[in-house]
Design a protein around this ligand. Structure first.
Ligand code: FAD
Ligand code: PHB
Length: 394
């Protein structure tokens, strides 16, 4: 690669997951130019199966961004959730806090966001190699990368690090400035997608002696289910039969009898982690989404936090360009971190209540069951759960 192609934009966005695509969409609607650089191919990005629960507040943000039309049509509205522990079943009605959730796959949301980018003529630059951020602590940051055999230099005013946990953006903050806080869990989730009807109209989270299980869905005919597994679990060792057997073994008998075993379309293992980076701003670089934080998926918060970060960052950039006000940019890190830590708290708590931890004692199990009893018997506890789970708090 010898030739260097130079270009300029206002905001360089690293990563075309939900964070990067949504930020580009929001900036575009405010007349702010951006370029999205993505390491992977379009097919890879569109093929990833991940989260599925969208909070009411996120739906509102996506609606404002003009990308919620299909979600509002095809998404499933949920007004409660079930938690099971061995044979006991608890239903938590979101009505205690007048809340609801929408179940709509991240894969579908990514497709909607990508279509909006394509329609605006701002499709991501896929398969961008060796992305490097230069001069982020100056007023003239630059992103360099390789693509189709050509070296590129992209000058910009700001860089948005939307490149997920393993991205390059967070690593561009000097070690002496960046602080990280982390808890790694001694287990993972094995998830499958299958064309089989959900066992219930609502999500079922199950805490069992054999480990955690979750029955979620994508439609009336498509299920998304997970079982807690060892960190080194090998998908090849998990036949469809073994997966469905293990799922059924962790559910109350009546729910287990409703599991309809179908061939799986996708099967993958995800490790569980709690992680927070700070600050979320270094000079002209801003982190958003999984680049800034990771929550274990138990609370269904990862995607929703990403959407909130981006909403806040977009508003701050709009205030900068439209009104010359930088107050929101200055506040971004501290204000986002307050929300992030609250979501971390809830996700870590729900993870600790529902999973089987190695070396757990019978006392620990008693504590888990008492937490669940408390949720059903105390209106205050139930309301607090619904506020956190459905993302009612700002
Ligand atoms: P990502 O979706 O990770 O997107 C980042 C993008 O940046 C990717 O496309 C990546 O290819 C790109 N990128 C990375 N490095 C570079 C680079 N150097 N240069 C250019 N581009 C780069 N949340 C839930 O609520 N429920 C779940 O069940 C759930 N399951 C998950 C399973 C897995 C395996 C993972 C990783 C996450 C899961 N999450 C889940 C979390 C949720 O999916 C994320 O919070 C959400 O995807 C965050 O969006 P993002 O855009 O910030 O990051
Ligand atoms: C999902 O549908 O993929 C899903 C739902 C709830 C969670 C995590 C994942 O907590």
């Amino acid at each position: 690669m010898t030739r260097v192609q130079a270009a300029r934009t206002q905001v360089a966005i690293i990563g075309s997951g939900p964070s990067g695509l949504l930020l580009a969409q929001m900036l575009d609607r405010a007349g702010i130019a951006s370029v999205v650089l993505e390491r992977r191919s379009r097919d890879y990005v569109l093929g990833r199966v991940r989260a599925g629960v969208i909070e009411q507040g996120s739906v509102e943000i996506l609606r404002r961004a003009g990308v919620a039309e299909r979600m509002l049509r095809e998404g499933l509205r949920h007004e409660g959730v079930e938690i099971a522990a061995d044979e006991r079943r608890y239903r938590i009605d979101f009505g205690v806090a007048s809340a609801s959730l929408t179940v709509y796959g991240q894969t579908e949301l990514t497709k909607d966001l990508m279509e909006a980018r394509d329609a605006s003529g701002g499709s991501p630059q896929f398969e961008a190699e060796d992305v490097a951020l230069i001069g982020v602590d100056t007023t003239k940051p630059r992103v360099i990368y390789g693509r189709e055999g050509v070296r590129h230099a992209l000058d910009c005013d700001f860089i948005a690090g939307c490149d997920g946990f393993h991205g390059v953006s967070r690593q561009s903050i000097p070690a002496g400035v960046l602080k990280t806080h982390e808890r790694v869990y001694p287990f993972g989730w094995l998830g499958v997608l299958a064309d089989t009807p959900p066992i219930s109209r609502e999500l079922v989270y199950a805490s069992h002696e054999r480990g955690f299980a979750l029955c979620s869905m994508r439609s009336a005919a498509r299920s998304r289910c997970y079982v807690q597994c060892d960190l080194d679990a090998d998908v090849a060792q998990w036949s469809d039969e073994r997966f469905w057997d293990e799922l059924a073994a962790r559910l109350p008998a009546e729910l287990a009898s409703r599991v309809v075993r179908a061939p799986t379309i996708e099967k993958s293992v995800a490790p569980l982690r709690s992680f927070v980076a700070e600050p979320l701003r270094y000079g002209r670089l801003f982190l958003a989404g999984d680049a800034a934080h990771i929550v274990p998926p138990t609370g269904a918060k990862g995607l929703n936090l990403a959407i909130r970060d981006v909403d806040q960052l977009a508003a701050a950039l709009v205030a900068h360009y439209a009104e010359g006000r930088d107050g929101l940019l200055d506040e971004y890190s501290a204000s986002a971190l307050r929300r992030i830590w609250r979501a971390e708290r809830f996700s870590a708590w729900l993870t600790s209540v529902l999973h089987r931890f190695p070396e757990r004692t019978s006392f620990d199990r008693g504590m888990q069951l008492a937490e669940l009893e408390n949720l059903t018997s105390s209106t205050a506890a139930r309301t607090a759960f619904v506020e956190a789970y459905t993302g009612l708090l700002p």
